[in-house]
Design a protein around this ligand. Sequence first.
Ligand code: AMP
Length: 564
Amino acid sequence: MMTFEEIGIEERLVKAVTDLGYVNPTPIQEKAIPVLLSGTKDFIGLAQTGTGKTAAFGLPLLDLIDVAARHPQALVVCPTRELCLQIVSELELFKKYMTGMSVVAVYGGTSIGLQIRDLKKGVQVVVATPGRLIDLIERKAINLEQIKYVVLDEADEMLNMGFQDDIEFILQNTPKRDSTWLFSATMPQEIRRVSKKYMNQPVEVTVGKMNTANKNIDHQFYVTNAQHRYESLKRLIDFNPGIYGIIFTRTKLDAQQIADKLTREGYDIDALHGDLTQGQRDKVMGDFRDRSLQLLIATDVAARGIDVKDITHVINYELPDDIEVYTHRSGRTGRAGNTGICMSIVHSREIGRLRQIERIVQAPFHKLEIPTGKDVCRKQFFHFMDKLLQTDISHGDYETYMPTLSEKFADISKEEVLKRVAAMEFDRFLKYYENAEDLNVRERPIQRDRESGRGVRTSPTTNRFQQEGDTRRDTRGRTFGGNNGEFQRLFVNLGTKDGFYKASFLQFILDMSELNKESLGKVDMKEMNSWVEVDRRVATQMIQSIDGKKYKGRRIRMNDANSR
Ligand code: AMP
C-alpha cells in the first residue's frame, strides 16, 4: 500500500492529511492523484461519495495551484449547495499549511453580492453550483480566462438535475484549461457524450462501488402492504431506540408529510428536500449533524453528497426508482469502519427489483419480520432500563433532596417506584401497541389439496398465521406443516446475543437456505446458541447452506444437534 508521500503530493499537504488521521490513500486517491498531478491529463473517475474522491481531486488541485497568482485557476462544479460547502470545508482542511491559498464557495439561494466581493479578493479555487456560476459569468463577476483546471464532481447527478447545458456552457467558457477532471458515480450516455466532446483522451479509472467494498452494511428488507408503509416505518424506528438515521423517500411531498406526521407524534425528525429555502436546509442539516434531530427524512437529490458521520440506519421508505441509487442511499451508513444497517420497506411485488439491487450491491439481503407491538415494547423497555442504569447522577446535588425523597416514598416499595418510572416512559408505547396488528405480508403456506394430495399455494395475505410459542398455528388454532413430525434437531451458534429475536432468526435461516416455513418445527433460542427442528428431508440442505457462512464477521456453525 502506498503512502501519501510516495504518491507525490507536496509536504504541506501530506502534513495536513496526516493531521486528519489519513494513513494511506484510498483506492481512488491512489489511482487518481498521480495522473492528476501531471496537470495536463484529462481524467474520468467513476467513484461515489464515501470513496475519498474529494481528496482524490482536492489534493492534486491544491498542489498545482500557483499561490502567488491571485486569480481563479481552478473551478470545481458540483450539483448542490451542501456538496459545495462540504468540498470547501475539506479543501480548507487540506490547505491549512499553505498560506495565501484561497478557496471560495459560490452557490444559489444566498447573496450574490457577497460572493462577488469574495471573488474580487483574489481567490485561486472556486467551488460552484452550475446555476450560480453561470449567473456570475454572465455578470462578468468571474474571470474564467485563466482557469487551468475544471473539476466536474457528481457529474451524473448534475445531468439528472438538468444542468447539462450549463455544464457545456462552463466548459465552453474555460478555453484555456489544461485539464478536465470528471467524477461520477455512474456513466450514462450523456456523460460519455460530454466527455467525448470536451475532453482529450481521458484516463479512466473505476473504483469498486462503495457498497461492494463495504461489508459493514447489513441489508434488510421488510415486506408489507402499501397502506402499512407508514406504520411499518414507525415500528422500525420504535424497535431501534438508539437510531441516528436517514429515511429516503421518492418525493418531496412524502418527505415533508411524513416528517410532519412523525413530528406530531413526538419524533425528533425533520425533512430535507428541494422545496426548502437555503436557510431552512442549513438549519435542518445543522440540527441533524449536532444530533438535535435523531432522524432526517430526505429525497435523493437533496441528500446527495452529504457526509454525516456515525449514521446507524438508512431506511428506504420506498425503493428508489433507479436501482443504482440504492447504493448511494445505503452508503450513508457503515462508514469509516463502523457497521450500519440499511432497511427497505417493500411491497411483495418489489421483491424482484430487490433481488436486482442485491446483485448490484453484491451483498446478501435479509428478509426480516416487521416487529410486533410486543417486540417493540420489550425492546423499548430494555433500552429504557439500560438508560436508567447508565444515568450519571454524580453531578447533581441529589443528596440534598434525599431526605425529602425518602420521606415521600416511605410507604412505597422499590418495585413500585420502578413500575411508576417505567410507566412514565412506557405507557405511550404500551397503549399504542396494545392491539397492534401484524404488518407483515406473508406467503400463505402450502395447503394440502385433499383430493389430489398436491400442494396449493394461495395468494399472499396479512396476518394469516400467528406465531404462538414454538408451534405455528392457523387462526383456528390448528397446527400445520407437511412433515408428519419427521423433524431433525439442528444446533446453530447464533442466538439472541447476535441481535436476533425469534421471528428474525427464523427468517434469516429460511432466507439463507431458501426453504419455507413449513420446513420448520420447534425453535429454541438462547443467548449464544439456538436449536431448530427442521423437516428431515431438507435438514441437509439447511446445514449445507448455512454452516460455514458468516454472520457479522463470525463463522456460523450448524450441525445435527444429536451429533454433538
Ligand atoms: P468523500 O468520498 O470525498 O466524500 O470522502 C468520504 C470520507 O472519507 C470523508 O469524511 C473523508 O474525510 C474521508 N477520507 C478521505 N480520504 C481518506 C483517507 N485516505 N483515509 C481516511 N479517510 C479518508
